[in-house]
Ligand binder design. Structure first.
Ligand SMILES: NC(=O)c1ccc[n+]([C@@H]2O[C@H](COP(=O)([O-])OP(=O)(O)OC[C@H]3O[C@@H](n4cnc5c(N)ncnc54)[C@H](OP(=O)(O)O)[C@@H]3O)[C@@H](O)[C@H]2O)c1
Length: 204
């Protein structure tokens, strides 16, 4: 996805192999490496044949410019199609306590040895409001709401790789310490019940 302007919310998707090729080569230059360990396709471009996009990734792996490759915001069908071209190492879809439309994708990843990297992992919606279950658990366990959201995620699946984003050292330290916050099975189930996997939300 590209961001042509800063004053609007337009995020056009460009999946033409020539553009992807430029992205890989510019990343190599910026990162000062000869091979990118993990390269993820930000979005599958609906206006470019999937074969062209996935074939390009396979070519980059073949050339040794990419070691592992992943996808972002994809369905199980798209993962299966991509797997015909290259080993899908990771999937990065939006997933958090308040947004669980991709439970099936997560289950597929777990069953197939694919790392699942949720983006926007800390959100927990109204559950983090005063009186909500996340807030209550945080108080009871001497943790923060973010730590409870992360603890739920880490207990949900061993395939989940949590990468909460932050611009503050205090939050970074808090999030890292969150790895030590462990939910009991009862607490985990209570959160699942309070935030069931919705069936009617649109995928992004
Ligand atoms: N593949 C995709 O399409 C896609 C889309 C979006 C994001 N991502 C990636 O996903 C990763 C994380 O996602 P994200 O940044 O969107 O969401 P996030 O990690 O769920 O949330 C980041 C927000 O939470 C705040 N925060 C972080 N730690 C906190 C804490 N302990 N207490 C309170 N607030 C806290 C941050 O503010 P402060 O800065 O004040 O801490 C920031 O506003 C990033 O690597 C990002 O690049 C990928």
């Amino acid at each position: 996805m590209v961001r042509p302007g800063v004053t609007d919310e337009l995020w056009p998707i460009i999946g033409h192999p020539a553009y992807l090729n430029q992205c890989v080569r510019m990343s190599l230059r910026r990162l000062k490496v000869e091979r990118i360990d993990l390269w993820q396709l930000h979005r599958v471009d609906p206006n470019v044949p999937e074969a062209d996009q996935f074939g390009f990734i396979a070519d980059m792996i073949e050339q040794g410019l990419i070691r592992h490759a992943g996808l972002s915001q994809v369905t199980i069908e798209q993962i299966k199609t991509a797997q015909q071209y290259f080993p899908v190492a990771t999937v990065q879809n939006m997933y958090n306590l308040a947004h669980r439309v991709d439970e099936d994708v997560l289950d597929y990843c777990e069953a197939n040895g694919i790392g699942f990297i949720p983006w926007f992992p800390l959100a927990s919606g109204g559950l983090a409001q005063p009186g909500g279950l996340v807030d209550a658990l945080a108080r009871a366990k001497g943790a923060s709401a973010s730590q409870i959201a992360l603890a739920w995620m880490l207990k949900r699946s061993p395939s989940i790789i949590a990468i909460p984003g932050t611009s503050r050292v205090k939050h970074l330290e808090e999030n890292v310490a969150g790895g030590a916050v462990v939910l009991t099975d009862e607490e985990f189930e209570a959160l699942n019940t309070a935030s069931p996997a919705p069936l009617n939300l649109t995928r992004h």
